[in-house]
Design a protein around this ligand. Structure first.
Ligand SMILES: NC(=O)c1ccc[n+]([C@@H]2O[C@H](COP(=O)([O-])OP(=O)(O)OC[C@H]3O[C@@H](n4cnc5c(N)ncnc54)[C@H](O)[C@@H]3O)[C@@H](O)[C@H]2O)c1
Length: 442
C-alpha cells in the first residue's frame, strides 16, 4: 500500500522544517530557484484566478486574507463567461481594494481564457473551474512554471488522473508548490486526531464509514440562444465530463479522509447506485445516489455513500472504527468525537476553517521555500472516487489496477462553444445515464 506523501497529518509548517532538516541542500539543489525569485527581491506573491465562480472567488478571498503572508496581490482573472468574471471582480475588488489589480488587461474571458492568465506575471495560479478542465489546465500551468492551488477533484476520468500525475512529476522537477483544495487535511481536529489514530488511539483499524448525503445541488436553467456546449458548461455539475458525478465532485472529500486514515488507497470496489429522483426533463446524466464498499490492501473496508435526494437522512461525516473504539468526524465543521470503550465520549469543538488554513499553510510553504506538493495523495483520492463511480455505473467488482488503466473518457473531442458534447438529450429531452450491468463504465 502506498503511504501518503506530504502534509497528510501534520502541520505543513512543521513538515517544511522537518524536510529541511532531513534533506536540506539535496532538495533545494533540485529546485528551479527562479520559482522563488519573488522572495529574493520583492517578497510579493502575485496570484491569478482561473474560474471565478463561488469557490474561485472564495479561494481568492482566503488567499488575500491569509495570516502568514500579507504581501499578496491578485493580478489576473479568467472565466469562460463575462458575467461570472464581473461578479467575482466586484466582490473581490470591494473586499480587498488594495490587493487587487483592477485593470482590464488582467481580465480574460472564454474557454481559452486561462492561457492569458498563464502568460501574465502571476507566480501562483488558482485553478477553480469545473474539474473536467483540471488536467489540461494543471499541465499548462506547470509548463508555464507557475505554482498552483487547484480545487478537488483533480480529474474526472482515468486518463485525466494519469495526465495529472505526469504533469506533477514535472512540477516536482521544477520545484513548484502545488496545493489541492482538500481543506479537511488542514482542519486542526481532523489533522490531530488522525495522527492519533495512526498512533493507535482506537487500536487496530477495522473499517471506516463515510457519508455525503444532502438534499441536492443547484440546477442552472438553459438560457435562450445557448449552444449545447454553453449550456453544459454553464450547468456543469450535471455532466460527467465536467463534474465526474457527485461521488467524484463532492464525496471525494470523505473518500480522501478514509484514505488518509487507512494510509493508502483502496484496491477494489463494489457498489450500487442510480438516478431515481433526478430524472426530470433537462437535468443531466449523473446519478443521485451511490453506495460503495471499498477494500484496502490489508483487508480494511470502507463503507461509503453519497446521495442528493431531498427529505432523506442528511449527513456529511466520516467515522473510523477500531478494536478499542471509534472516532466520528463532522466534515462540515471539524467537530470530532472520540468514543473509546469504557470511557466517556470526548467531544472536540471545531477548529479554524480549513479553507483558510490551507492557504495559510500554502503561503507559509512559499515563504519557507520548501517543497510542498499535495498531488500524489489528492490524485489517488480522486482516482478512488472514480473507482467507486466505475463500480456503481457498471455494477461490477472493479479493481484499482483495471480502473487506473481505463481509457474511457466522456470529454468531447473538441473544446469550442459550437462543438458537440458527447452527451446529448434523447428525443424526450432526457439525458441518458448509466445502467448497471449494461453500461461500459471503465
Ligand atoms: N473545497 C471545497 O470545499 C469546494 C467547495 C465548492 C467547490 N469546490 C470545487 O471548486 C470547483 C469550482 O466549483 P464552484 O462551486 O466554484 O463552481 P461555479 O460554477 O460557481 O464556478 C466555476 C466557474 O468556472 C467557470 N468556468 C467554466 N469553464 C471554464 C473554463 N474553461 N475556463 C475558465 N472558467 C471556466 C464558470 O463560468 C464558473 O464561473 C469545483 O472543482 C468544485 O468541486 C470545492
Amino acid at each position: 500500500m502506498k503511504s501518503p506523501s506530504a502534509t497528510p497529518n501534520e502541520s505543513p509548517r512543521r513538515s517544511f522544517l522537518k524536510a529541511s532538516a532531513i534533506t536540506g541542500g539535496a532538495l533545494l539543489a533540485d529546485l528551479d530557484i527562479a520559482r522563488f525569485a519573488h522572495a529574493a527581491g520583492s517578497d510579493e506573491v502575485k496570484i491569478a484566478l482561473v474560474g471565478c465562480g463561488g469557490r474561485g472567488t472564495g479561494a481568492a478571498a482566503n488567499s488575500l486574507g491569509n495570516t502568514t503572508h500579507g504581501n499578496i496581490r491578485l493580478i489576473a482573472r479568467a472565466d469562460a463567461f463575462r458575467d461570472r468574471l464581473d461578479s467575482s471582480c466586484k466582490t473581490l475588488e470591494t473586499q480587498f481594494k488594495q490587493k487587487v489589480d483592477v485593470s482590464e488587461a488582467g481580465k480574460f474571458v472564454g474557454l481559452d481564457a486561462y492561457k492569458g492568465v498563464l502568460e501574465s506575471e502571476a507566480d501562483t495560479v488558482l485553478l477553480v473551474t469545473p474539474p473536467g478542465f483540471r488536467p489540461m489546465m494543471f499541465e499548462a500551468a506547470v509548463k508555464a512554471g507557475k505554482n498552483v492551488f487547484m480545487e478537488k477533484p483533480v480529474a474526472v476520468d482515468a486518463p485525466g488522473y494519469r495526465r495529472v500525475l505526469a504533469a506533477n512529476a514535472e512540477a516536482k522537477r521544477k520545484g513548484l508548490v502545488v496545493a489541492v483544495g482538500h481543506h479537511l487535511r488542514h482542519a486542526t481536529n481532523h489533522r490531530n486526531v488522525i495522527r492519533l489514530i495512526h498512533d493507535g488511539l482506537i487500536g487496530e483499524l477495522q473499517y471506516t464509514r463515510s457519508y455525503f448525503n444532502t438534499s441536492g445541488i443547484w440546477n442552472r436553467a438553459r438560457k435562450d440562444g445557448m449552444t449545447e456546449m454553453q449550456y453544459q458548461i454553464h450547468n456543469w455539475y450535471h455532466f460527467i465530463w465536467l463534474s465526474g458525478d457527485h461521488i467524484v465532485e463532492q464525496h471525494v472529500h470523505g473518500i480522501d479522509v478514509c484514505n488518509w486514515i487507512a494510509q493508502g488507497h483502496p484496491v477494489e470496489a463494489v457498489g450500487m447506485g442510480g438516478r431515481q429522483v433526478r430524472a426530470e426533463r433537462g437535468v443531466g446524466e449523473i446519478f443521485d445516489h451511490h453506495a460503495v464498499q471499498y477494500t484496502y490492501a490489508n483487508g480494511v473496508r470502507s463503507f461509503s455513500e453519497c446521495r442528493q435526494i431531498p427529505k432523506c437522512w442528511p449527513s456529511f461525516s466520516h467515522h473510523a472504527h477500531g478494536s478499542k473504539g471509534y472516532v466520528s468526524f463532522e466534515g462540515g465543521n471539524d467537530n470530532v468525537t472520540i468514543f473509546l470503550k469504557g470511557k466517556e465520549p470526548q467531544r472536540l469543538k471545531g477548529g479554524p476553517d480549513g479553507h483558510q488554513t490551507e492557504w495559510d499553510d500554502l503561503l507559509a510553504g512559499l515563504r519557507a521555500r520548501q517543497p510542498y506538493n499535495e498531488v500524489d495523495w489528492a490524485a489517488d483520492s480522486t482516482m478512488s472516487a472514480l473507482l467507486g463511480r466505475m463500480a456503481t455505473y457498471s455494477g461490477r467488482l472493479v479493481t484499482w489496477d483495471d480502473a487506473v488503466k481505463s481509457e474511457l473518457t466522456y470529454a468531447p473531442g473538441q473544446l469550442a462553444w459550437d462543438a458537440e458534447p458527447k452527451s446529448r438529450p434523447g428525443p424526450d429531452g432526457i439525458y441518458p445515464c448509466a445502467i448497471p450491468g449494461v453500461t461500459k463504465a471503465f
